[in-house]
Design a protein around this ligand. Structure first.
Ligand code: HEM
Length: 141
């Protein structure tokens, strides 16, 4: 049971990583119609929140079922989760209020979209690497 939950948690994390990498190309699709970046951002943020909520849910269930005590690794996961959610909401709010008809603003916002995506990818990848290193006994978290 616990193995299945942890596997789901781990698979969702990898799916999320793939989604984030794909997301880096989203702004490029809006080059012909800058205004469409608002719609793209809305859908992107909704899917983002859906997957990250499932990750947290599977993690919480794993914690309860597996009776894991609060460890540094789990605290780090919760902090990363909260930071990612926070910056995603801030980014979406920025895209929502921006005047994308202005080419300078549009370019700026596209840059923000990609930079935030890269920070999020690094956060998730770092967590995955830390957990792999821990499983191999290289570090203790
Ligand atoms: C509220 C959020 C979360 C909770 C409560 C949670 C909980 C857990 C628990 C209990 C484990 C098993 C720990 C152990 O083996 O000692 C785990 C494993 C793991 N978590 Fe999370 N987690 C959360 C969010 C995240 C996030 C956001 C990420 C990615 C950035 C993540 C990545 C991982 C990875 C890679 C593993 C190792 C899975 C494996 O052993 O195959 N978790 N998590």
């Amino acid at each position: 049971m616990i193995e299945t939950i942890l596997m789901t948690h781990s698979l969702l994390t990898k799916l999320f990583l793939g989604f984030l990498v794909g997301g880096l190309f989203m702004p490029m699709m809006t080059a012909k119609n800058p205004q469409s970046l608002k719609k793209v951002s809305l859908i992107y943020t909704a899917i983002f929140q859906g997957i990250i909520t499932m990750i947290a849910f599977a993690g919480l269930v794993a914690m309860v079922v597996g009776e894991y005590p609060m460890s540094l690794a789990i605290i780090l996961m919760i902090v990363i989760w909260a930071v990612m959610m926070y910056i995603e909401i801030r980014k979406h709010k920025l895209v929502k209020i921006a005047n994308l008809e202005n080419p300078v603003t549009y370019k700026l916002i596209r840059g923000v979209f990609v930079k935030v995506g890269i920070v999020q990818i690094l956060l998730v990848a770092a967590m995955v690497v830390l957990m792999v290193l821990r499983a191999k006994g290289v570090i203790s978290l």
